[in-house]
Design a protein around this ligand. Structure first.
Ligand code: UD1
Length: 361
């Protein structure tokens, strides 16, 4: 069969995962067609990542944009069906757990195009999270599963996924981080934002934290308590801006809110921080690798290895708990180890398997 793969990316966290795989395929002389769905469209949420990660520009941008989950997923499916019918890929490769991932795997499956899922098998076991539904459905529909951690392999096995397609390959998002690690500037907080001395970095965008004003107010109260100990900087995702403004985030003493940052600036900021508070998935992994304590403002995580091996702890959205754990963490030396195969070579492993599978009879 000819090697004619289509890789689908759509939102910020996808770009760091796809970069190493797409680059390795170019090195193997098997360049895929790269399709950007346009789920994220602001320059700060999208373009800057392509520039900084040295990713080839997408061959197609579908410009799908925002909407409710049903609207967005439906628009994604219509646009993706058109490009898959037009280009007839021999395989579709999807990343992570966003709505673009789900839409592409449904469309490809119905067109009888095999699907490979990068970052398969992660489970929070919390179906109130839209991403959990996207993960489960994508894994059911995929025949190749590239897994970042041993728990992911166990999850897929227990869901009856065929053993032959499960590949524990490591973490391509970490390939991207290790590739730039030496170029990170841990003094960026002072240089860009005038923050001298110890500081913390915050990210906040999950529906469970920023949609309901009562919950968002509790989170902001937690941040206010930590900000009494140490200034906090929050590059704010557009999603929660309205509600977080309503509940007083911008007036919280010690908290500086800035626009979303590009990859290099954001990772530089994290690398110089004493503490990170987040509800993101990927940042739990990145802080583990950088050895920076991470407090995850959720009740569960699909990335438990960042707790068992790394620097992560769950703190939910209770202000007392957030403040107490922050205080404890700041009084201890950071500890944590790097999970197995998070060694900067996951993209190569994935690309090699994609090429091998395509050439096997
Ligand atoms: C999506 C992913 C989430 C991931 C996050 C990273 C899903 C279900 N969720 O969430 O897993 O952690 O990306 O950022 O796919 N918006 C802009 N500009 C943009 C993009 C979004 O202003 O470029 C605003 C819009 O108001 C939009 C809202 O953010 O309605 C939400 O965007 P959406 O793509 O639906 O999901 P995210 O919250 O970004």
């Amino acid at each position: 069969m000819t090697f004619h793969h289509m890789h689908i990316v759509g939102a910020r966290p996808n770009f760091m995962k796809a970069g190493p795989v797409v680059r390795a395929l170019h090195e193997f002389d098997k360049p895929p067609l790269l399709v950007h769905t346009g789920q994220h469209y602001d320059a700060a949420m999208s373009e800057i990542f392509f520039e900084q990660l040295g990713l080839p520009q997408p061959n197609l941008n579908l410009g799908v944009g925002s909407g409710s989950h049903a609207e967005q997923t439906a628009r994604l499916m219509v646009a993706l069906e058109e490009v898959m019918l037009q280009h007839e890929p021999s395989r579709v490769v999807v990343y992570g757990d966003i709505n673009s991932t789900l839409a592409a795997s449904i469309v490809a499956s119905k067109l009888h195009i095999p699907v490979a899922h990068v970052e398969a098998g992660l489970r929070s076991f919390d179906r109130t999270m839209p991403e959990e539904i996207n993960r489960v459905v994508t894994d059911v529909l995929s025949d190749l599963h590239f897994v970042t951690c041993p728990e992911g392999v166990d999850n897929l096995r227990s869901e009856g996924i065929h053993e032959d397609g499960i590949h524990f390959v490591g973490n391509p998002m970490i390939d991207t981080l290790l590739g730039v690690r030496d170029a990170l500037d841990p003094t960026i907080a002072e240089r860009m934002f005038g923050l001298i001395g110890t500081y913390g970095v915050v990210t906040l965008h999950r529906p469970s934290n920023v949609d309901d004003p009562a919950v968002a107010a509790r989170v902001v109260e937690g941040l206010a308590r930590v900000a009494k100990v140490m200034p906090l900087l929050i590059p704010l995702h557009p999603r929660g801006r309205r509600v977080l403004t309503e509940v007083g985030l911008f007036e919280t003493p010690g908290v500086t809110v800035v626009d979303p940052l590009g990859y290099m600036d954001f990772m530089s900021l994290v690398s110089g921080a004493a503490l990170v508070l987040t509800d993101s998935g990927g940042i739990q992994e990145e802080t583990t690798v950088l050895g920076i304590p991470c407090l995850t403002m959720r009740e569960n995580t699909e990335r438990p290895i960042t707790i068992t091996m790394g620097t992560n702890q769950l703190v939910g959205n209770d202000p007392d708990r957030i403040a107490a754990v922050a205080e404890k963490v700041l009084s201890e030396p950071p500890h944590g180890r790097i999970p197995p195969l998070w060694d900067g070579r996951a993209g190569d492993r994935i690309a090699r398997i994609l090429v091998d599978v395509a050439s096997s009879p």
